[in-house]
Design a protein around this ligand. Structure first.
Ligand SMILES: C[S@@+](CC[C@H](N)C(=O)[O-])C[C@H]1O[C@@H](n2cnc3c(N)ncnc32)[C@H](O)[C@@H]1O
Length: 371
């Protein structure tokens, strides 16, 4: 088949794809003249495939709603429990390429060329995936209308500068929530996105249950189950307390952040059972093992950088600090949201005390202090 652009074969996961052979830069993609393929999003598709392989609901009919080259839909068809994958993209060149990629992978599938929002008025699916350029907000109401009573939605957001606090006004306008530019910005952004989904669900007497939500590279990803019923989890506001930690806030609190989804970012029973597959990259497998540990921890975290600034001391090694918190009876773990972040149930006073005890006291020597 001829295409009006140079084409190159790539393999990603279990899929063998033809993709436009064009120069790519790192970071979020934007609409261009040719079908879109971003290899840095492989981590998104790797993790999503692992989750859909153990999806706790039906996957009879699945829609890759904004399919581009079909990379994700093809991987869903081969690597997950999905039965019937339907592809959609509104671009004519793109749907030609999807058809070719579907054929190359030995699959038979419907490929629609529609505006996703109108396609979703015509039929309902067990799982709908929404992976747009930038914000998913234009598609979410239609996605919640387009899933069956108990179904799933996969949502990718690449408007991270908005959700994670660089453009707070745009976030308030787009998501009705205030973000915070901070080391916790990505987790706050993810919780704003889930809070927004929860409000859309509630307007339809539905509730959401995140099966797994995470951040990586330049995107946020949420895979949620949707079912009928009232309020999923409390949405809430937070603010920085006097010692710099996050505390519950109200709308009257100065600099309140949110509303945020304050429920879990994953379903522990499902997440515990997730396993890398033969198609999972090393980077994705490493991310999965961290997500498995932190998925049961409560919202937000502290970084050793913040503690160092507050305590005017240089930080101890992160693993020693985490071991120390565990040794005094607290739960503590690294977080994928920040390389020097610690999720713990230890009160901030105890964190600070342990930090001081373990700090090499202003020196750059990180040898463990004698106990
Ligand atoms: C970021 S790309 C999708 C990437 C793809 N999911 C993947 O895994 O490689 C977004 C795609 O959505 C398509 N698109 C944008 N708006 C659309 C709409 N309203 N309806 C259908 N397709 C749309 C674009 O043509 C583009 O191919």
């Amino acid at each position: 088949m001829e295409f009006p652009f140079p084409i190159a074969p790539v393999s990603e996961g279990a899929a063998n794809l033809l993709v436009p052979d064009v120069a790519r830069r790192k970071g979020p993609g934007s609409a261009g003249p040719w079908p879109f393929y971003n290899p840095t999003m492989a981590v998104n598709r790797d993790l999503s495939a692992i989750v859909l392989a153990k999806w706790p609901g039906p996957l009879g009919s699945v829609l890759d709603g904004l399919a581009a080259t079909g990379a994700w839909g093809i991987r869903m068809a081969i690597e997950t429990r999905a039965d019937r994958v339907t592809f959609n993209d509104w671009s004519p060149e793109t749907t030609r390429l999807i058809r070719e990629n579907v054929r190359r992978n030995g699959l038979v599938a419907k490929v629609h060329r529609s505006d996703l929002r109108s396609l979703l008025t015509e039929g309902q699916y067990d799982f709908v995936d929404v992976d747009p350029f930038g914000p998913p907000t234009p598609f979410l109401a239609a996605a919640f209308d387009g899933v069956k009573g108990s179904a799933g939605i996969g949502i990718t957001a690449t408007d991270t500068a908005v959700l994670c606090g660089t453009y707070p006004r745009a976030c308030e306008k787009r998501y009705g929530a205030r973000p915070l530019r901070s080391p916790q910005g990505a987790e706050i952004g993810l919780r704003i996105l889930l809070g927004y989904c929860d409000r859309i669900a509630e307007e339809r007497s539905l509730r959401i249950r995140p099966i797994l939500a995470f951040s990586a590279e330049h995107f946020l990803r949420a895979l949620v189950m949707v079912s009928s019923g009232s309020a999923s989890a409390p949405l809430g506001l937070v603010a920085r307390g006097e010692s710099g930690d996050f505390i519950a806030a109200t709308a009257a609190t100065r600099d309140a952040v949110g509303p945020l989804w304050l429920g879990p970012l994953g379903d522990p029973a499902v997440v515990r059972a997730l396993q890398p597959s033969e198609w999972t990259s090393v980077v994705s497998a490493r991310l999965l093992s961290l997500l498995k540990v932190e998925c049961e921890m409560s919202p937000l975290f502290v970084t050793t950088d913040e503690l160092a600034a507050r305590e005017h001391r240089s930080p101890p090694r992160l693993d020693w600090f985490i071991d120390g918190l565990r040794a005094i009876g607290h739960r503590a773990t690294r977080t994928h949201f920040h390389p020097r972040g610690v999720k713990t149930d230890a009160p901030s006073r105890e964190c600070a005390r342990l930090f001081r005890d373990l700090s090499p006291t202003g020196s750059t020597d990180d040898s463990r202090p004698a106990s």
